[in-house]
Design a binder for this molecule. Structure first.
Ligand code: G3D
Ligand code: MG
Length: 173
């Protein structure tokens, strides 16, 4: 596959969701991973979903936040997912609580009960951003019983991304 994904995930097939508030850096992370075949999907159901399909990875990405009406539609995308990547903007102090609420709602869905969680604390290059431990507390991650990891990263300079994906590749169900 010639990109970072192929080298980390190998030949198995995976379905992964990447979710986060708008502006967290999801699209930038995808570009940084040099994923081809980007397919921004028309938001017929009221939200835009980006899917990336290659031989072994089915990657689905969308923005969360204040969309409770259409939330039931997300279940369609939850089904069969083996891993969840939740992206946080580490410089967005004002919306970290909103991020926590959204994450809780996602994880409380029965379809997501067993899914392993990778939290990317993105934008670590920003001066005075929140540190991973601060984000762990703000998101109440210590309450989780599922496998999770919290990884500082930056889509801007690329740090942390492969480390996070390596963890996820080992913990996907
Ligand atoms: P989204 O897809 O989650 O909505 P985007 O987020 O990937 O579109 O990124 C939103 C903005 O954050 C973009 O800035 C992008 O360049 C910036 N960004 C993403 N990742 C990083 C990072 O690691 N560090 C820094 N400093 N900025 C980042 P613009 O200005 O284009 O809106
Ligand atoms: Mg985007």
């Amino acid at each position: 596959m010639g990109n970072i994904f192929g080298s980390i995930f190998g030949k198995k097939r995976y379905r992964i969701l990447m979710i986060g508030l708008d502006n967290a850096g999801k699209t930038s992370i995808l570009s940084r991973l040099r994923l081809q075949e980007f397919r921004p999907t028309v938001p017929t159901v009221g939200f835009t979903v980006e899917t990336i399909i290659s031989d072994h990875i089915h990657f689905t990405v969308w923005d969360v936040g204040g969309q409770d009406k259409i939330r039931p539609l997300w279940r369609h995308y939850y089904t069969g997912s083996q891993g969840l990547i939740f992206v946080v903007d580490s410089s967005d102090y004002e919306r970290i609580d909103e991020a926590r609420r959204e994450l809780e709602k996602i994880l409380n869905d029965r379809e997501m009960r067993n899914v392993s969680l990778l939290v990317f604390c993105n934008k670590q290059d920003v001066v005075n951003c929140m540190q991973p431990d601060e984000i762990r507390q703000a998101l109440h991650l210590e309450n989780f019983t599922r496998p999770y990891v919290i990884i500082p990263c930056s889509a801007m300079d690329g740090i942390g991304l492969s480390e996070g994906l390596k963890w996820l590749s080992k913990h996907c169900k």
